[in-house]
Design a protein around this ligand. Structure first.
Ligand SMILES: [Fe+2]
Ligand SMILES: [Fe+2]
Length: 299
């Protein structure tokens, strides 16, 4: 019998994921009509998911102003997703230098890399198609982000992948069938959800495999460091430049967004499954729990 900690089981999982990729992979350049007209009254993300939804500022906004806020928030989230996927690809490529290039495990990692590069194109195309300016990293931020993949080794590589993929996956699934959503956004989400399901499977298997054998200091580092994802996801969902671009009073908007119970509940719901997974694998401690709580993902 093979367990998921053996190379055979690891390669069996990878082979199944490669088969899935052959059956269902997407190319947004061919599948999405990027030039299709957009209805100016449709939202770019479901209104319930906008940071200011239900706040006093929201109540004062016109419908078109709310739509503009949704456009800027989605542009922020997907601009950040581009650099996050960049760091994961770097981590996968570095790990591969130590792995067998003939193994299904490496072949699936390369397939995932291919998916992610297409996603980066898709997100960039989407931000430009909806007529938004991308939210770019400053030079200092880019240097900080560049340091992240240096820590993506073994357990941390798979855990970092899940930190980004699990919460965003939950949010995207809630986007999908919203009646007031721009079709171009729904199509993008559909492609991303289909391919990320395999990435999540791959990363969950990776965490389970490594957590059994990782030394205590590595498990401690991972159990502590995953809390930093709360900070990154917070920025992914809420950036004050969004409010600036919408002409809103920035300090007041940030204050109301942070106090918004709708947003907090949404964050907790999006984190719930991943929280359970982290608990099951003993990958939370006082520091990480405090950070996840500070950014509204844990009650
Ligand atoms: Fe992706
Ligand atoms: Fe992914």
């Amino acid at each position: 019998m093979t367990t998921s900690s053996t190379p055979t089981a690891r390669n069996e999982v990878a082979t199944r994921l490669i088969d899935g990729s052959i059956r269902r992979s997407h190319n947004s350049l061919l599948e999405i009509d990027w030039g299709a007209p957009q209805d100016p009254d449709l939202f770019y993300m479901p209104p319930e998911m906008i940071t200011l939804y239900g706040t006093p500022l929201w109540e004062k906004m016109t419908h078109r102003e709310r739509v503009e806020l949704s456009r800027q928030e989605v542009a922020n989230t997907f601009s950040r997703a581009v650099w996050f996927e960049n760091t994961l690809n770097q981590g996968l490529l570095r790990a591969m230098l130590y792995q067998d290039p003939t193994s299904p495990h490496v072949h699936y990692a390369l397939t995932e890399l291919g998916d992610e590069t297409r996603h980066m194109v898709m997100f960039g195309k989407m931000v430009s198609a909806i007529g938004a300016e991308p939210y770019r990293l400053s030079r200092v931020q880019a240097m900080a982000v560049q340091a992240m993949p240096l820590f993506y080794r073994g357990l941390m590589l798979y855990l970092a992948a899940l930190c980004g993929e699990e919460v965003i996956d939950d949010v995207q699934r809630k986007f999908l069938n919203h009646p007031e959503l721009q079709p171009i956004v729904a199509q993008t989400m559909r492609i991303h959800i289909a391919e990320e399901a395999r990435h999540i499977r791959f990363a969950r298997e990776g965490v389970r495999r490594h957590v059994r054998t990782a030394p205590w200091w590595s498990r401690t580092f991972c159990a502590t460091a995953n809390g930093a994802a709360g900070f990154i996801l917070d920025k992914m969902f809420m950036d004050k430049r969004v409010y600036e671009r919408c002409g809103l009073p920035v300090r007041e908007a940030v204050r109301q967004a942070k106090a918004n119970e709708f947003s907090q509940a949404r964050r907790r719901a999006a984190f719930a499954d991943f929280h359970e997974f982290l608990e099951d694998n003993n990958l939370l401690n006082l520091v990480s729990r405090t950070l996840w709580r500070r950014y509204g993902f844990l009650a």
